[in-house]
Write a protein of this length. Structure first.
Length: 492
């Protein structure tokens, strides 16, 4: 009667096929005592049913059986289960048939009756050793394939980094590349807008792109300060804060050091339970990618510093007229996409020709540079704080005229900011101020908002410039909006 013997090791299964119960029982006991999982069948038909039901690594089959014999069973096994080995068992009279079966794909043959159990077990071990060797080669090949895939992915993402010199694009490429190499889990990049500032979210695989996330940490808060920056992954308060902000535990924090200075970091978060981690790159590959990110950001900063030298006004250090025109068009396009306002401010130093004629051009240059400092937010004047947003753009329009682009600012908010800037200039102890009317250097300002006051760059400049000249006509040292000019014209 066919049956299943107790199995100590279900990992390697042997199927014994013979129409003689005594032989089946003898072989099943020998294999089971050695630790193999064993199935038995009294016919080729029953053997096929077992093969369809469970994985079998080796079939020991008699060559002569009623119905499907051993040769036909071999043929079907080779055709349907090509990784299953077949050992043919035969009598002395049919050795030639067994050799023929080997030529058809049998692993080996045994001569019946099998009386020496050691011979039987040695043959089973050879089959298992072959299978183990194949499995090991497969594991090594799979490991090599994974390594090759990692190298290819690393090269691909490194090429993408090399294609851009724009820091914002690099931030997004960095988080996307880290996510792809990690296989799962969100990634985020935080940067330092300024050396003494706090870490601000620059890119994330889960953020909308318009949210502002600032962490309550600066480089000075890191244990060990700048020297301790390389050990960010060991700083638990940062990991707790990130986990709270992003809703997932932090796996790793990779510092970004550019030009020997802290730039920021990229963080990897724990994957969700349903995410597949089989394609996760090694720690070494991820470390190489992070290093490539730092190099790319260093190149971008170098390029920006060189490019900005051609876009900056030599006297004031503000952006020049050309850059202002290009940036205004870009910011208006962004405002159109986001549906948010943008306000343009024009500043003109009052009675500047009188200042130059009375005190000389060197003094005039110092006044121009001082006003630029205030507009750049590098000066805090007495009790008049001037706070420009990170996205605000200050430029020298020409002569004694300056401009400010205030993205996402309505004309009401911009008016308040312009008043603070006007007061800051008025209260600043500029050289030569005593020769000016009223004993102080002052500015007049005109402002216009996109899209309420103008619908394109040219008309926005015209509206703000018109408001500036209205401020001049009304007595100088004041802020006038294009809306107020339009309202006055409508009532006249």
């Amino acid at each position: 009667m066919a049956g299943t013997a107790a199995a100590a090791d279900p990992g390697f299964r042997i199927l014994v096929v013979d129409d003689e119960p005594a032989i089946r029982e003898f072989m099943a006991i020998a294999f089971a005592e050695e630790g193999y999982a064993v199935e038995t069948a009294a016919s080729g038909e029953e053997a096929l049913r077992i093969l369809e039901r469970v994985p079998v690594h080796t079939v020991f089959t008699d060559i002569r059986m009623p119905g499907i014999d051993g040769v036909e069973l071999l043929r079907q096994v080779r055709g349907r289960w090509d990784e299953t080995e077949v050992v043919i068992m035969t009598s002395h009279a049919t050795v030639e048939t067994a050799i023929s079966a080997i030529r058809q794909g049998a692993y080996d043959y045994l001569v019946k009756p099998v009386e020496d159990v050691e011979v039987l077990l040695a043959l089973a071990k050879r089959v298992k050793d072959k299978r183990d060797l194949i499995d090991e080669l497969r594991r090594k090949n799979a490991s090599l394939a994974r390594l090759a895939a990692e190298i290819a992915a690393l090269q691909d993402w490194s090429r993408r980094l090399a294609l851009s010199l724009d820091a914002e694009i690099l931030h997004k490429t960095a988080v996307d590349g880290l996510w792809a190499l990690s296989g799962a889990g969100a990634t985020a990049l935080y940067a330092l807008p300024e050396s003494r500032g706090r870490f601000v979210l620059a890119a994330s695989t889960t953020s909308r792109g318009d949210e502002v996330v600032e962490l309550p940490f600066a480089v000075a808060d890191i244990p060990g300060g700048r020297p301790g920056f390389a050990n960010l992954d060991d700083w638990e308060p940062l990991k707790r804060e990130l986990a709270m902000r992003h809703g997932a535990p932090v796996q790793t924090v990779h510092p970004l050091i550019v030009g020997g200075e802290p730039y920021g970091f990229v963080a990897r978060f724990a994957p969700k339970p349903e995410e597949d981690l089989r394609n996760q790159a090694s720690a070494g590959t991820i470390a190489q990618f992070v290093s490539a990110v730092s190099t790319a950001l260093g190149n971008a900063l170098l390029y920006r510093s060189v490019a900005e030298a051609t876009l900056k006004d030599g006297l004031t250090g503000l952006y020049n007229h050309r850059y202002f025109q290009e940036r205004l068009i870009a910011e208006i396009s962004r405002a159109e996409r986001s549906g948010k306002p943008l306000t343009l401010l024009f500043f003109d130093i009052d009675h500047f020709k009188h200042l130059n004629d009375t005190n000389g051009h060197p003094v005039g240059d110092r006044v121009l540079a001082g006003v630029a400092d205030i507009l750049r937010n590098s000066t805090r004047v007495s009790d008049v704080p001037v706070k420009l947003a990170q996205m605000d753009i200050a430029a020298r329009y020409g002569g004694e005229e300056f401009v400010l682009i205030l993205p996402e600012a309505s004309r009401e908010d911009a008016f308040t900011k312009a008043e603070r800037l006007r007061l800051a200039v008025e209260s600043y102890p500029f050289p030569g101020r005593e020769t000016q009317p009223g004993g102080k250097v002052t500015v007049s300002c005109g402002l216009a908002e996109f899209p309420r006051d103008a619908t394109d760059a040219r008309s926005l400049i015209s509206a703000a410039d018109g408001a500036l000249y209205a401020a001049k006509r009304q007595g100088r040292n004041r802020v006038v909006s294009a809306a107020a000019v339009a309202a006055a014209a409508a009532n006249s």
